[in-house]
Design a protein around this ligand. Structure first.
Ligand SMILES: Cc1ncc(COP(=O)(O)O)c(C=O)c1O
Length: 420
């Protein structure tokens, strides 16, 4: 197993030194959207300027579009261990979740129940809550432990009943990284005959996914979180998708998965998705075999790389006076949320940005989770690792933050108070 972070960084124009010798920012904002490697941008460009028409099987340019779509479905299937016939593309994970919530809710009756969690990004809460309200279904809320950040399976399974129709949980929290026991939850959900929808947007960027062994019904992800373009993906079994009726245009295809893809697909972005999956498959250059096998090996190498960085990052953050780390679950992604005592998170974020460190501050749309943690609507500063993060980035962040904390301490000694 090998991981050559310098070779990986060389794929990213945004990580190159400026022509004036200026260093690139240290990007810890990957959980909001990763930097883009050249092969992805090249694939988008090449597809746009190629001889390409609307999909069809008569002309070469029609067949090119057809091939781009087929390749992208296969690439996502390889990434997720899914069936390419069940890969749906949409504007974003949020848009897909809304579409499916409205469609699935047509089969719910007043008094039916759905379960959502306070750990989730709002895109896997509000569409279900609003769809439930529209048909008189009852919403049950599963909580995570604020002090440990853990989301135990019984927090969800204790809410299940014979009236439960759907359970929406996250694969990993984009706010504090917690990875709930998805497999265990899926089994319990199926025992009561309900469906399990998993938001895999944050999880997919950090560990290999195998939908078959997870046993979930629906898995969403967003390629722009894992080096690809801005588009959303839903994966499910084609047999399950056959049972979902959705409002559609009269002449548009009723076949799965096209039934769920409204309008013309963005071929150039789909080519970018395939290229992103190919880059992920090559993160371990020593990996051999099928693309799926190379993906599995590459994610193992990536996890090891990220864990090494995370160890240093986490011990560094936890040793700084006044810095509180809110990512505490045993199983989690390399995404840390922290706050600094008596400093608004936005101040810290700006001070980091002035030092060339990009680490945004917010609730990051996991607003229920932020409130549940006692961080209200302000949230905290989030630092996330990505395939291109190296130890220099981590050291830059830690020394910048040490400076910021020290400045605050001096201001405090001089009688300075929290602003606002
Ligand atoms: C966990 C999680 N779910 C959902 C989303 C929304 O994804 P999209 O922008 O594709 O709608 C995000 C985006 O930040 C996310 O982190």
């Amino acid at each position: 197993m090998t991981y050559d972070v310098a070779a990986i960084r060389a794929l990213f124009p945004s990580l190159a030194e400026g022509s004036d010798g200026s260093s690139p920012a240290a990007f810890f904002d990957g959980p909001g959207g990763s930097q883009t490697p050249s092969p992805v941008a090249d694939a988008v460009h090449a597809t746009l300027v190629s001889a390409i028409s609307n999909r069809g099987d008569v002309t070469a340019s029609e067949r090119r579009a057809e091939g781009v779509v087929r390749d992208a479905r296969q690439a996502v299937a390889d990434l997720l261990g899914a069936d390419p016939r069940g890969v749906v593309f949409g504007r974003s994970a949020t848009a897909l979740t809304y579409d499916f919530a409205r469609a699935l809710a047509k089969t719910w009756a007043p008094g039916d129940e759905i379960v959502v969690t306070r750990l989730d990004h709002d895109s896997n809460i509000r569409p279900w809550v609003q769809a439930a309200e529209a048909v008189g279904a009852v919403v049950r809320w599963a909580d995570f432990e604020a002090d440990t950040g853990e989301m135990h399976s019984d927090a969800v399974t204790s809410l299940l009943s014979e009236r439960t129709r759907l359970v929406a949980t996250t694969g990993a929290s984009n706010l504090i990284g917690t990875k709930p026991p998805v497999c265990k939850i899926a089994r319990a959900v199926h025992e009561v005959g309900a469906l399990h929808w998993v938001d895999g947007v944050h999880a997919t960027a950090h560990a290999s996914v195998d939908l078959d062994s997870l046993g979930v019904d629906f898995w969403t992800c967003s390629p722009y979180k894992f080096l690809g373009p801005h588009i959303g993906v839903l994966a499910a079994s084609p047999e399950l998708l056959e049972t979902v009726r959705i409002d559609k245009l009269l002449p548009s295809s009723d076949a799965v998965p096209e039934r769920f893809e409204f309008g013309t697909l963005p071929y150039e972005l789909l080519a970018g998705v395939t290229a992103a999956v190919d880059v992920l498959a090559s993160l371990d250059p020593a990996a051999t075999g099928s693309r799926r096998e190379r993906i599995l090996a590459s994610f193992e190498a990536l996890e090891e790389h990220e864990h090494r960085l995370l160890d240093r990052l986490e011990s560094g953050l936890r040793s700084l006076p006044g810095v509180r780390v809110h990512s505490n679950a045993r199983k989690r992604t390399p995404t840390l949320l922290f706050t600094v005592d008596r400093r608004p998170a936005q101040d810290v974020r700006r001070a980091l940005a002035e030092r060339g460190v990009n680490a945004p501050a917010s609730h990051f749309y996991a607003i229920e989770a932020s409130r549940h943690l006692g961080l209200g609507d302000e949230g905290g500063v989030r630092v996330g690792l990505a395939p291109y993060t190296d130890m220099d980035d981590v050291e830059r962040l830690l020394s910048a933050l040490a400076e910021i904390v020290e400045e605050g301490r001096l201001r405090g000694e001089a009688g300075g108070r929290r602003r606002g």
